[in-house]
Design a protein around this ligand. Structure first.
Ligand code: FES
Length: 619
């Protein structure tokens, strides 16, 4: 303390005519009792019940969000990560405070995990804002958790540091490596097609997820981990790829603890770190890894939470960057390997080094270094395995555009296909007759009907699984429409399939997703497609077209509106007007945006206040 400034002494917080300062640590975000000194006094009363000293309470407070759940095996290692992160915080002179938020796992979230992503983002945002943390480590891994935490962290705008749980190890079946979830789907399809027996499928069930951690292929969880590294939010080395059960993962956690203290002292918030350049890098990595189509929806939602970036990250931009970016990473479902292979091949430093000419190296990272400086510090040198798993730019796995954005009268606001995961590339330029299913129940009822009018050239169309949906909201991962059993048993392995829903990042096939506007909206063209209509999909031309005249389309839309209004007889789920629903589901159905805007709630985006104004104005 300078000589001429009076030391307020150890009880400064209780001097009533002195403003409470500095407004950091425990002194921030006091509950409103109309007497801030009393609020701080009371807060200290309660925190001391846990045995903390004034010295401990004077340190930068680093929150650690614990998302362990008995229903989330992808987060099985969270208790160990919390301990390691705490060690890192405390070694760096901070005080670690652990607290929970909700945890979302793919297989334990009904109707779908996507329905809960926005709830988790709200939980994350509000708890970071409400509690006196100077920075916060957010531990996530399973598909929706990392985007939820990035969305919430961006909106809370305190320093936020993701800590990824990490991928699971691959398993083994009859000598072959297997892993969730690409091999779950492939083997299930083989079982449906009759080439696997019931003993085999039961044995596979034991081995597909042999350890805790996230799915071991380039599914959504791995995609979001790589994207988070490309955004500069986690350590480049190991942050995205170190296996969940490795000691490297624990060291990443410790490092994240010390990084959090530094970010707290520098007040390095996500809105300061992230920029349009960061998102450019994230999209480049998404394309180069053949990432999950879900990554597109999540990136759009994350970008739209940022006041300076909102609206600049679009489907068009994602497609444009894709045209310049080859697919380099040889992982399932686009390639053959597993996340542990990517890690052993050098992980993100190796990939980013390969992509250097395509990246915006001036983008900041959470450590305060630019991405270029962080890469220089890694000084990665390729070795034989790295060249095998991460191809050079001039010898890619797929030349460009692993993820393609389609447009046309069937998807005026866009649709997405993971072209690199197509199993029958002829289908990327295809013209066929529609076989339409009005929602998942109709699909389940009829897909294996021996009398279904379908052949290998048909285009399977599933309506009603968009963000709002016909019967149930949440944009389920039902876009991987199964091949009708009568065709599967004849050896048909891929067909052109269309929907307004999503698909697991671990899945593959010629599958068009995220068609917008979704079929549940009265103006949707997808909602009026009929059996026998001709559909053209041309990936090269970015086209998704219904070969029906504009007049006929408008007539069908007008007819459907009459059925929705009860003026004509209802023909199925597409014609049923939704009854208003209470609670979170009601909020979701009223406020969720379409795929091209990230399926966030309109009022949570950076301009969310305008959405509320619009809503109030129209009520
Ligand atoms: Fe959690 Fe796949 S189910 S990452």
């Amino acid at each position: 303390m300078a000589d001429n400034v009076e030391d307020p002494g150890p009880h400064a917080d209780y001097i009533l005519d002195r403003p409470i300062q500095p407004v950091t640590g425990l002194r921030q975000g006091l509950p409103n009792y109309g007497d801030p000194h009393f609020a701080l006094f009371l807060r200290k009363v309660f925190i001391k019940a846990l045995g903390y000293s004034e010295d401990a309470l004077s340190r930068p407070i680093i929150g650690i969000i614990n998302t362990f759940s008995g229903f989330n095996p992808c987060h099985a290692n969270v208790p160990q990560l919390v301990e390691a992160a705490k060690r890192g915080v405390q070694l760096a002179g901070g005080l670690a405070m652990e607290f929970p938020t909700i945890s979302v796992h793919e297989s334990f979230s009904s109707p779908t995990s996507m329905f809960l992503r926005n709830l988790m983002s709200m939980d994350t945002e509000e708890m970071i804002k409400a509690q006196p943390v100077d920075a916060c480590i957010v531990i996530g891994g399973c598909d929706k958790t990392v985007p939820a935490q990035l969305m919430g962290g961006l909106s809370a705008n305190k320093p936020v540091l993701p800590l990824i749980t990490g991928p699971m190890m691959p398993g083994s079946f009859k000598g072959e490596r297997i892993g969730a979830c690409t091999d779950c789907r492939n083997n299930w399809a083989a079982y449906r097609g009759g080439s696997l027996d019931i003993e085999d499928i039961a044995a596979l069930n034991e081995e597909l997820a042999p350890t805790g951690g996230t799915c071991g292929v380039m599914g959504t969880a791995s995609t979001m981990a790589c994207i988070t590294a490309a955004l500069g939010m986690i350590p480049l080395r190991g942050g995205a790829t170190a296996p969940a059960v490795s000691s490297a993962r624990l060291r990443i956690a410790e490092q994240t603890g010390s990084n959090a203290v530094a970010a707290a002292l520098a007040k390095r918030t996500p809105q300061k770190v992230l920029s349009a350049a960061s998102f450019h890098n994230a999209i480049t990595v998404l394309q180069a890894i053949g990432g999950s189509t879900n990554g597109i929806v999540h990136l759009l939602a994350i970008a739209n939470r940022h006041p300076a970036v909102r609206g600049t990250i679009t489907l068009d931009l994602i497609d444009k960057i894709g045209q310049q970016t080859p697919l380099l990473v040889d992982l399932k479902p686009s390639g053959n390997n597993y996340m542990t292979d990517l890690h052993n091949a050098g992980g993100m430093p190796a990939l980013l080094e390969r992509l250097r000419p395509l990246l915006k190296l001036e983008a900041l990272t959470i450590t305060g270094k630019t991405l270029g400086e962080a890469l220089d510090a890694e000084n990665f040198k390729p070795f034989p395995l790295s060249a095998q798993i991460i191809r050079p730019l001039d010898n890619p796995l797929y030349p460009a555009s692993s993820l393609v954005v389609l447009c046309g009268n069937l998807a005026p606001d866009g649709a997405v296909i993971k072209a690199s995961a197509s199993k029958d590339r002829r289908l990327l330029q295809h013209r066929g007759r529609a076989v339409v299913f009005a929602g998942p129940q109709d699909l389940a009822n009829r897909i294996d009907d021996p009398d279904l009018q379908v052949d290998a050239d048909s285009v399977l169309v599933l309506q009603g699984i968009g963000p709002v949906g016909f019967l149930s909201p949440g944009m389920p991962e039902a876009g991987l429409i199964p091949i009708p059993r009568k065709l599967a048993t004849q050896g048909v392995g891929d067909m052109l399939r269309l929907s307004d829903g999503r698909m697991s990042g671990t899945a593959g096939g010629s599958i068009v997703l995220h068609i917008s506007p979704e079929a549940a909206l009265p103006e949707s063209v997808l909602g009026i497609v009929e059996n026998g209509d001709v559909i053209v999909c041309d990936v090269e031309k970015r086209l998704l077209q219904l070969e029906v005249s504009d007049e006929e389309i408008q007539k069908r839309i007008a007819d459907r509106q009459q059925r929705l209004d009860g003026k004509k007889e209802c023909r199925g789920p597409a014609d049923k007007r939704r009854q208003p629903t209470r609670g979170y589901r009601g909020l979701y159905e009223r406020c969720v945006t379409q795929a091209q805007d990230g399926v966030d709630f309109d009022f949570l985006a950076a301009d969310g206040a305008d959405a509320l104004e619009r809503r109030l104005g129209s009520s």
